[in-house]
Design a protein around this ligand. Structure first.
Ligand SMILES: *[C@@H]1O[C@H](CO)[C@@H](O)[C@H](O)[C@H]1NC(C)=O
Ligand SMILES: *[C@@H]1O[C@H](CO)[C@@H](O)[C@H](O)[C@H]1NC(C)=O
Length: 294
């Protein structure tokens, strides 16, 4: 597999330690493969299009699993009427106690804004939805969507602006996802039972096919071969001794001051739902929300 990956190893010195990061910015097929509905994939030069019609949606998955690092994909969402459709980009581990970090883009009728729903699953339990609208039209052009994951935090970024942080609060007894390698996934499907205006607006199939377009796949993360045992992955992917991954640098353990301000701006101007403030759903505030600084 390694021979097919265009990888460059960046080595630099930082307070006497060697920083290691595997940067892999590559063509779709070097990192990913279709996981369902191959006949709903359209390849156009550097662009990949996934198609949803009344027969099927489509999805792809990374060939490898990863533990910590940063994953970025550029997406141009479904143009025009996208009501009822959901395009998702996420990382997930396997099994009943899986961890998952989700971006879900909820379509809308022509001219009405897309919503971005994020969620975090820890040990198989999600229910941590947040929703925001965007400060641009995500159907007009490509924008980058990233997930940064290290031992201290999971950060969701849109064009490098943090829109959500899930902080490690193990010191408060709250589990944090850091012991399972994760795959990277994306898909488009029909979710008109819930996605648009609470499921009131259904998918209008006369407007299909619905097409999400992708480019610029970047995985800068610690690769965990599928055959590798969890303990070996944990060892390989943690900084220690002479090896230091860039995402374990002290500056990566929390947002910079500038990023904190960006996140406050997003929350003040673009957040439309936060599970932490939904007292109807959670009469008792979820534990991690009690400790949220934001
Ligand atoms: C899907 O849509 C096409 C074109 O609108 C139509 O001809 C076909 O019958 C539809 N198929 C199904 C399974 O609904
Ligand atoms: C769709 O547009 C309506 C009206 O502007 C808005 O209330 C809703 O939040 C938008 N997004 C979704 C996914 O329903």
């Amino acid at each position: 597999m390694a021979v097919f990956l265009k990888m460059s190893v960046f080595l630099s010195y930082f307070v006497g330690l060697v920083m290691v990061g595997l940067v892999s910015s590559a063509k779709f097929d070097e990192l990913f493969q279709p996981s369902w509905a191959m006949d709903h994939f359209i390849y156009e030069g550097e662009l990949l299009k996934l198609k949803l019609d009344n027969y099927s949606g489509a999805g792809f998955a990374s060939k490898s699993k990863y533990m910590f690092g940063k994953i970025t994909i550029q997406i141009k969402l479904v143009e025009g009427d996208s009501a009822g459709t959901v395009t998702a980009f996420y990382m997930s581990s396997d099994g009943p106690n899986h961890n998952e970090f989700d971006f879900e883009f909820l379509g809308n009728t022509t001219g009405e804004p897309y919503l971005v729903q994020t969620n975090v699953y820890v040990n198989g339990v999600g229910n941590r939805e947040q929703r925001l609208n965007l400060w641009f039209d995500p159907t007009n052009d490509f924008h980058s969507y990233s997930i940064l994951w290290n031992q201290r935090q999971v950060v969701f970024l849109v064009d490098e602006t943090p829109v959500r942080v899930h902080t490690n609060m193990e010191n408060k007894g709250i589990p944090f996802p850091k012991d399972q390698a994760m795959g990277v996934y994306s898909s488009i499907w029909n979710a008109d039972d819930w996605a648009t205006q609470g499921g009131r607006v259904k998918t209008d199939w006369t407007h299909s096919p619905f097409i999400a377009t992708y480019k610029g796949f970047e995985i800068d993360a610690c690769e965990s071969p599928v055959s590798m045992a969890a303990a070996d992955t944990a060892k390989k992917c943690s900084s220690g001794g002479e090896r230091r991954y860039w995402w374990d640098e002290p500056t990566m353990s929390e947002l910079s001051l500038h990023q904190s301000h960006q996140l406050l701006w997003v929350r003040a101007n673009h957040m439309v739902y936060d599970y932490c403030t939904d007292a109807t759903r959670f009469p008792v505030k979820p534990v991690e929300c009690e400790h949220h600084r934001h």
